[in-house]
Ligand binder design. Sequence first.
Ligand SMILES: Cc1cc2nc3c(=O)[nH]c(=O)nc-3n(C[C@H](O)[C@H](O)[C@H](O)COP(=O)(O)OP(=O)(O)OC[C@H]3O[C@@H](n4cnc5c(N)ncnc54)[C@H](O)[C@@H]3O)c2cc1C
Length: 498
Amino acid sequence: MTTLAMPEPNAVVLSRRAEIVAALRAIVPGEGVIADERGMRPYESDGLTAYAQLPMVVVLPETTAQVAAILQYCHANGIRVVPRGAGTSLSGGALPLADGVLLSMMKFNRVLDIDFANRAAVVQPGVTNLGITRAVEHAGFYYAPDPSSQIACSIGGNVAENSGGVHCLKYGLTANNVLGVELVTIEGEIVRLGGKHLDAEGYDLLGVIVGSEGLLGVVTEVTVRLLRAPESARAVLIGFHSSEAAGQCVAEIIAAGIIPGGMEMMDRPAIHAAEDFVHAGYPRDAEALMIVELDGPPVEVAHLIERVEAIALKNGAFECRISTSDAERLTFWAGRKAAFPAVGRISPDYYCMDGTIPRRELPKVLARMRELSEHYGLGCANVFHAGDGNLHPLILYDANIPGELEKAEAFGADILRLCVEVGGVLTGEHGVGVEKRDLMPEMFAEADLDQQIRLKCAFDQDHLLNPGKVFPNLHRCAELGRMHVHAGATRFPDLPRF
Ligand SMILES: Cc1cc2nc3c(=O)[nH]c(=O)nc-3n(C[C@H](O)[C@H](O)[C@H](O)COP(=O)(O)OP(=O)(O)OC[C@H]3O[C@@H](n4cnc5c(N)ncnc54)[C@H](O)[C@@H]3O)c2cc1C
């Protein structure tokens, strides 16, 4: 069903399928290899369900040695590999390839070591994000980055996407909370980067791996930072009659030196969808709704709430409700956290975009999005991490109506172009994957992209790890920088371009 241009399947690899499946079964015996169509169906797409593709074969290793042997074999035989965690990516990062091995890491599901003295935990990559907090909360600790998908998404996927969440404004993204990884390269070499200690020797390769979307290696172990759970937390629900006023309120809170634990915003369609679904008590007459959470010692929280309330009222807030219990605070959040499924109830399909803009541009971007919505004839609900300018427009469409998916894609591309135009960036927290791959040139010059591909080449010369993702075209590593087209003749016609 994919309309995307992906690397041409390798006919030689496909003709050797039976032999490849047998070789993988020798490495991962028992039920670790799935080769029948029915068994592979659940793996045909990730959270970006607009695109689907059956892989050549699915393999579920249980040990790092097995991962190393699989990658070594694939490397020696020129076989492409797509790593996969829980498959919740919204940018198609785990979309399989027809001639590729889909390497699921979900059997790596153990917490290996909890070290409160060093405020660190060592976990396998298939442990869910929330699973880490569940393992340490009895002692008053937690893992801070909290994607809305945290009940399902894996920490390995979080590392690959540098995932964020409501609390990342104050506590940082995955990159700020991962201390080390064990990684297997496409050649099958096992590498350790960082660890419980606070600084790593040599170049900061950990920084290169976090956010590398499965293109540089397969993560087989993750060491994360643990934080003490805040002493107390309270949330303020703030309603505005205009998004301009809400945008100004966000800017003034940050300018006042207040860094809330979380600061989220929703527009009218998202407010209504969430309220109908969760009944969180959101004001239906609001054009924009903010949830601001303050955490820390109770005295500090009380003081900051007063300041936030004053800024909100000064900017014309017509409703300012402060949570009086933890249950009420969680109710405020329930609607926001369920905003995606809530929108799923009002439209057969939706396409979730993810871009980042300077906070002050929010009203302008929202106004332009309304124009685009009219232009394409498709609805759009907006939820955003207002504090860090990360937008999540949800474009409503019906995949069963011919042409609507293409319209949604074009609408989404225009939104991302708009983000770049106002000084923002193409990605927020969902990665590039296939979703934003072809828009990369809107943001990066060819020289920038070549430089990024050189980094990829340093890890994976043959482009076997997750090809077709992130980069709009491939360059053979050896010829990088020397490719040019003369009089319409391409020098390396066999290079895949998509
Ligand atoms: C309802 C919903 C809400 C969401 N909310 C948020 C949110 O608030 N914030 C946010 O950031 N994201 C959010 N997401 C997106 C998604 O959950 C994250 O990107 C998450 O990190 C993906 O993890 P995963 O385990 O599902 O990875 P997958 O989808 O399986 O894979 C994602 C990418 O990681 C790579 N990968 C996975 N495991 C490994 C590994 N062990 N080694 C190397 N590469 C690997 C894959 O190749 C792929 O490129 C949401 C998704 C949904 C469906």
